[in-house]
Design a protein around this ligand. Structure first.
Ligand code: SF4
Length: 234
């Protein structure tokens, strides 16, 4: 079995060893499965990234451990250099998430901000030309919000943000993941998202809200169509 250079952080968040491979692109990896398509696509485009696993949003402990192991397994199978944060950060996450509850986009904005800022900062401090994230592969995340956030930190840390909409390879990514026999998680990451995934009451409420949103969207479209018809008459 071929060994890959896995690097570790100390408890104060400092890395113990410099990354030694390509410094072209630091790719934040939210998990192994979401990395399958972006890595394939980047390599097809001639870019050899280094993976960066920094996900304080994954809970509980066994789930976080499983996703970390799966990210390493993926790196091993795909011969990817990977840099990993090996600290389980539930308490820090909860402090930040609860404080963000009543703000716009709440905890998800905080969560994207934390992970993307850390990626941009790490890329800048370790001489990477650019950074990106496998979060841009997910069809479930708030793509535009993440894009704005990443650009904001690119400007702050003076490092390029490499943007690509990896969602176009959604099915291909699933196929690669199955081929590699990687563990696929059933929910986004934090304990709140775990509750949303399994609580029947929350799912029922969400379904109702989505139906109402859809109804409002259709009504707005119909009203807009009506206005256009009226203006085309005159
Ligand atoms: S739902 Fe997902 S993106 Fe939002 S806070 Fe939880 S882990 Fe982060």
């Amino acid at each position: 079995m071929e060994l890959i250079p896995v690097r570790y952080f100390s408890n104060d968040g400092k890395m113990l060893k410099e990354p030694g491979g390509s410094k072209e692109l630091l790719l934040h990896m939210c998990c192994g499965p979401c990395s399958c398509y972006p890595i394939k696509k980047l390599r097809e485009d001639g870019i050899e990234p280094a993976g960066f696993f920094f996900n304080p949003n994954i809970h509980p402990y066994k789930e976080w451990d499983m996703r970390l192991k799966t990210a390493k397994e993926f790196a091993l199978k795909s011969h990817l250099e990977i840099i990993t944060d090996e600290n389980y950060r539930l308490r820090d996450f909860l402090k930040r998430a609860l404080a963000a509850e009543n703000t716009e986009n709440g905890r998800c904005r905080m969560c994207y901000t934390w992970r993307l800022e850390e990626t941009a900062r790490f890329a800048a401090e370790n001489g990477f030309k650019a950074f990106s994230s496998t979060l841009f592969y997910s069809i479930y995340q708030q793509h535009e919000l993440m894009k704005e956030t990443a650009q904001f930190f690119a400007d702050r840390y003076n490092v390029e943000f490499y943007y690509e909409d990896f969602r176009t390879g959604w099915q291909e990514g699933i196929d690669i993941c199955q081929e590699l026999e990687l563990y696929r998680q059933p929910y986004c990451g934090c304990i709140f998202s775990e509750e949303e995934r399994y609580s029947k009451a929350i799912r029922k409420q969400k379904k109702k809200e989505n139906k109402e949103k859809k109804r409002a969207r259709l009504a707005a479209q119909l009203a807009e169509g009506g206005n256009q018809n009226e203006s085309s008459i005159f």
